[in-house]
Design a protein around this ligand. Structure first.
Ligand SMILES: *Cc1c(COP(=O)(O)O)cnc(C)c1O
Length: 406
């Protein structure tokens, strides 16, 4: 078979999310791999979409940069929560989910060879988009053990060749929320090196007690150099709707708009109207979503600790990260495959989201955004399967493929 794919995209052929979801389907396993909720978002927002379709709002091409009512609602939301005041006419662009926002920003700003700095493990769309732009990715490993951003390593990685720095807090896949001190240090690096920042804040409302989200653009000097990405899918548990946005200074948004209009042109007409209504929901809506996820986090965290995993506290996002070494494993990928087959539960090995697989080797990501019964069933299955898996792991000591193979 001829391989027609351009070489720069060949390393991106398979995604770990696709691979593990196929495995979950094949085995009939519980899929705690892919990060989508198993209950649909607010009925009022879903009804608003039905109404928009019935009333003929958005059934034809909406305005190219987004329905004005939605851009207005995004600006109002940024102001209400963060005191930011983007101009809906020039400083907001609606995208086909945050998944389109990311390549639109990178293709608009990154020239061949320009460097983009991000933390490993990373959300995979970033590296694919950097490859599309023919840019150069400069990964910085998070601190082993805590999975927190390594600020000193970041300081070394950001240079005059850096065009963009990616910040993602609450973080996918680690579940870490950056502290004000970490964010201030990152901002200082961006300022000193005159680097632009993408702040991926799709989990802005999904942080847990004691770890509030800070919008990066609110840090001193950052509003002028930051493009902030949001996602209605993540805000409202409606990941299939694919409505996202970018906000930032008019000159940067103008560049993003130019590229993005040639990607999907427009999408999700009626959904845009519905999300405009959703963004105006009272504060209690966001608080109750947050609390609901936090309760499931608490429950699943306790269960995972009791099973013997090393748990890295989830501070936000849809995810919990664990270390499999206390269970006798060294390699997360091998662990995930063994667990899928023997235990019927699927998770994501974080090493697949690292440039150097050794970095994420013992860490595994679990989706918390599932119904409590589903999390309980996963815990029960693991309780049954782990003793056998641990025995196998012990017998594998001395295996030439350990620790980084498989
Ligand atoms: C889910 C996710 C996205 C993509 O969001 P969509 O709106 O579903 O396209 C972008 N960034 C991160 C970190 C995510 O977890």
């Amino acid at each position: 078979m001829t391989d027609w794919l351009v070489p720069r995209m060949r390393p991106h052929r398979a995604t770990i999310f696709g691979e593990m979801s196929v495995l979950a389907t094949e085995l009939g396993a519980i899929n705690l791999g892919q990060g989508f909720p198993d209950t649909d978002g607010p009925a009022t927002v879903r009804e608003a979409a039905v109404r928009a379709i019935r009333e003929g709002r958005g059934n034809q091409y909406p305005p190219v940069h987004g329905v004005p009512q939605l851009r207005e609602a995004i600006a109002t939301h940024q102001h209400h929560w963060y005191g930011l005041a983007p101009d809906p006419a020039t400083e907001v662009v609606v995208t086909t989910g945050a998944s389109e926002a990311i390549p639109a920003v990178i293709l608009a700003l990154v020239e061949r060879g320009d460097e983009v700095v991000l933390f490993d493990p990373h959300f995979d769309i970033y590296t694919a988009a950097i490859a599309l732009a023919d840019g150069t990715c400069r990964p910085v490993s998070v601190l082993p053990g805590t999975l927190r951003p390594d600020i000193d390593a970041l300081r070394d990685a950001v240079t005059s060749r850096t065009r963009l720095l990616v910040v993602n807090s609450p973080n996918n896949p680690t579940g870490i929320v950056y502290t004000p001190a970490e964010l201030a240090a990152i901002a200082e690096i961006a300022e000193r090196t005159d680097t632009l920042v993408i702040s991926d804040e799709v989990y802005e409302h999904l942080w847990f007690d004691g770890h509030p989200h800070t919008a990066f653009a609110t840090l001193p000097g950052m509003a002028d150099r930051t493009l902030t990405i949001g996602s209605a899918g993540k805000c409202f548990s409606l990941t299939g709707w694919k409505v996202g946005w970018v906000t930032g200074p008019a000159d940067l948004i103008a560049a993003v708009r130019t590229v993005r209009q040639h990607m999907s042109f427009v999408s999700g007409g009626p959904f845009q109207w519905a999300i405009a209504e959703g963004l105006a929901l009272p504060d209690e809506h966001w608080e109750s979503e947050r609390r609901s996820l936090q309760a499931r986090r608490d429950h699943f965290t306790t269960g995972m600790s009791e099973l013997g995993f090393g748990v890295i506290e989830s501070e936000g996002s849809y995810f919990l990260s664990t270390d499999v070494r206390p269970l006798g494993f060294t390699d997360g990928r091998r662990f995930c495959h063994a667990l899928a087959h023997a235990g019927g539960v699927v998770a994501i090995p974080e090493q697949a989201l690292c440039h150097d697989e050794r970095d994420g080797a013992p860490y595994v990501r679990w989706a918390l955004c599932k119904r409590r019964e589903v999390l309980d069933e996963a815990l029960a299955r693991m309780a049954a399967a782990l003793p056998g898996l641990r025995r196998d792991a012990t017998e594998q000591v001395g295996d030439p493929l350990s620790p980084a193979g498989g």
